[in-house]
Ligand binder design. Structure first.
Ligand code: SF4
Length: 537
């Protein structure tokens, strides 16, 4: 039994579940290296290794590294890309670890003349977590509205793989998936094997011309740790540090490189996003803080994550209060709540809530930067980048007509420096004073203010256009969106409309009257019904 960094790892050669059972550790590893070498030399197809920085993908990379370093360098010509996705909301400790590992890999591979090329992948700015949550107002991710994984993890890696396929015709993807991890994953590995053209490679279920190789699929958790402890890291990172990151947290799972939707939620692992609300709590970050005083600077991150959560009754109420009663499109969608009552499906976060999230995020960033006890490496921590801020600003001002353009002022107040971004729209003619006056005239009626502000902005935009085509449609949509006095009025309206829909009206000649003919007004909001109350925004 080995003990390292506080972890107890059993290395039991008699364990029948162990992949090393029977042949022993050394022979098993030697056979695996041989298998990898044969596969590598079998064709010209480039390899892509999905490396999350966690133990399983580290084991796969380590095995590949060992195998390639024993080959004649003249034979090891085809590229082996090591890809890692940085979601921009990674646990900062893990992000630093992965980035240092990449640097070490790059240098060592160059020195040893190995064809290993690390790539750090990032989501596009428009797909980033904060751009969607603070910019568009998407509610914190939940099981039935998990908008994050596709944008933050799947898209960056599949784009890289598809580009490699376009360049080389085919690709072989090496991942650290193991059957022991979960029944769902085991099923997915088994499924991939059906109809396999080659014995050890299986076609990816979603990616065209991509074959998957899972070299450690039969390994147990203990096999992985045993391997990592017995063979030192080959590119100069430290397995001891990796083990230290795992120390103290409960579930021993991890988030692998995500390339399809069969992967379960990964927020529970050390390698999920720190903002993840798909899990009840961020056990990894909590454990890191509890076990290491030096990590206490992450406490405000944990608090923000918990504030985003909506699980308790109280939090659910808060969540509801923070969101618009209209959907992103301006439509109303109704459903029957658990008490059988008629209710509206909530939409995106309101302007006030989005301002609150941005303020909180920038305050936390500043708090960490100013924290004397935080490590030097986080003194310039960037929880949100200028590019993200500019994109959020564009969405607010251009798409949502929020011409108050609040971001520069919020930034300057919290960071204490002039906002470094360029203006979004040089032609914003209404200054803060005019907008304050408009607000005053509206006497606290937020919807009326929103309606007038949006109409003025639409009119302003069309003023300088060569053609005014589309103006009336935009004006009509805006009026329709702000048709109600408040949420209670909207709910009543939607209820009446739904009741009308259930009734059959007959004209004097006996024919049915179309329900659309019963619209009470020219500007008639669209009403949908939806049983799925979570499918929101
Ligand atoms: S860790 Fe959580 S927030 Fe991040 S992509 Fe996975 S499910 Fe979404």
């Amino acid at each position: 039994m080995h003990s390292w960094a506080g972890m107890m790892v059993k290395s039991d050669p008699k364990n029948k579940n162990s992949a090393f059972h029977g042949r022993g550790f050394t022979k098993s590893i030697s056979e695996m290296k041989q298998e990898i070498q044969e596969l590598y030399l079998a064709d010209e197809v480039p390899w892509v290794i999905g490396y999350s920085g966690g133990k399983d993908s580290t084991a796969v990379l380590q095995l590949t590294w060992l195998a390639l370093s024993e080959l004649d360098s003249r034979k090891s010509k085809k590229p082996v890309y090591v890809i890692t996705t940085d979601t921009l909301v990674e646990n900062p400790v893990v992000a630093a670890w992965a980035s240092q590992s990449h640097d070490a890999m790059r240098k060592t591979a160059q020195k040893e003349n190995l064809p290993i090329r690390p790539h750090m992948l990032k989501p596009e700015i428009r797909d980033s977590f904060w751009v969607n949550l603070i910019g568009k107002g998407y509610p914190a991710p939940r099981h039935k509205f998990r908008w994050c994984t596709e944008r933050l993890k799947i898209k960056p890696s599949t784009t890289f793989i598809q580009n490699t396929v376009n360049q080389h015709g085919e690709v072989i993807l090496l991942i650290g998936a193991r059957k022991a991890e979960s029944a769902a994953r085991a099923h997915s590995i088994e499924k991939r094997k059906e109809g396999s053209p080659k014995e050890r490679l299986t076609p990816h279920v979603e990616l065209f011309n991509c074959l998957v190789y899972t070299p450690i699929e039969d390994w147990t958790n203990d096999d992985v740790w045993t391997f990592l402890m017995r063979i030192p890291n080959k590119w100069g990172a430290s397995h001891k540090d990796l083990l230290a990151m795992y120390r103290g947290a409960s579930a021993d799972n991890e988030c692998p490189l995500v390339v399809d939707t069969s992967t379960p939620s990964c927020g529970n692992s050390r390698f999920g996003c720190w903002v993840c609300t798909l899990v009840e709590e961020d056990k990894s970050m909590t454990a890191m803080i509890q076990n290491d005083e030096e990590q206490e600077w992450m406490l405000p991150l944990l608090e923000l994550r918990n504030d985003l959560d909506f699980r308790t009754d109280e939090a659910r109420k808060q969540d509801r209060y923070r969101r618009d009663f209209r959907r992103m499109s301006g439509h109303l969608t109704h459903y029957k709540n658990k008490d059988g009552e008629f209710a509206l499906v909530p939409g995106p976060y309101t302007q006030k809530s989005r301002i609150m999230w941005l303020t909180q995020l920038l305050e936390i960033q500043q708090l960490i930067r100013d924290n004397d006890t935080a490590p030097d490496s986080v003194r310039n921590i960037e929880l949100i980048s200028l590019e993200e801020l500019q994109e959020i600003r564009r969405i607010w001002v251009v798409e949502k007509h929020e011409i108050e353009d609040y971001i520069p002022a919020i930034y300057e107040e919290i960071v204490g420096e002039p906002y470094p971004g360029l203006p979004i729209d040089e032609n914003l003619i209404f200054d803060q004073q005019s907008l304050d006056l408009l607000k005053e005239v509206c006497e606290g009626d937020d919807l009326r203010y929103e309606l007038l502000r949006n109409l003025l902005d639409i009119e302003r935009k069309y003023r300088t256009k060569g053609s005014r085509h589309g103006l009336f449609k935009d004006l009509e949509d805006t009026v329709t969106r702000s048709y109600f006095e408040n949420e209670a009025d909207a709910t009543m309206w939607a209820k009446r409309k739904a009741m009308l829909k259930e009734m059959v009206f007959v004209s004097s000649d006996g024919s049915e009257i179309d329900h659309d003919g019963l619209q009470p007004n020219l500007f008639s909001p669209v009403i949908d019904s939806d049983n799925d109350t979570e499918n929101q925004a």
